[in-house]
Structure formats: C-alpha cells, structure tokens
Design a protein around this ligand. Structure first.
Ligand SMILES: [Zn+2]
Length: 83
C-alpha cells in the first residue's frame, strides 16, 4: 500500500470514506472497486488506507484517510466499558 499520510483526507466516519471513494474515478473514467484496507498509527493519529482497483482497466490506487476524530473515540468507549 502507498499510504500518503501528509495528504490524508479527514473524515468523520467510515461511511464518509466509502462515499469519497465512490465519487472518485480512475484516469480512464472507470469506477473504483474497494480491495482491502489497512489501519495505521502515526504521529499520534489514526489512519485508514483503502486500496482500490479500477473496475475498467485494473489500475491500483490507495486513498489515505485521517480517522483520528472517531477512531480514538471508539477506543475510549471500549476501555470505559471493560476497564
Ligand atoms: Zn482505469
């Protein structure tokens, strides 16, 4: 995966990530299919990297999202419940 943390797109939910991807088009005009993801912790922030493949030409492209705003909150809730 080619995570681009410096240009991560700030999102407030996983839904927003998928809506963002749905609006993107490959250079050939094809729609992008979602083919995996990875979670990264860097510089105190949380990132979700979505790997996409063009449904038309097969070109691969990765999108990096900054999910700190809601990912940290869900961890906090988890600890509060079971800690
Ligand atoms: Zn394409």
């Amino acid at each position: 995966m080619n995570a681009d943390f410096d240009h991560a797109v700030e999102v407030d939910s996983v839904d927003t990530e998928y809506r963002y991807i749905a609006k993107q088009r490959c250079g050939c005009g094809g729609a992008l299919g979602h083919h995996g993801q990875g979670l990264f912790q860097k510089r105190g922030k949380s990132y979700d990297v979505l790997h996409t493949v063009c449904k038309a030409c097969g070109e691969e492209r990765d999108f990096t999202f900054d999910i700190s705003s809601f990912y940290c909150n869900s961890i906090f809730d988890w600890n509060g419940r079971f800690g």
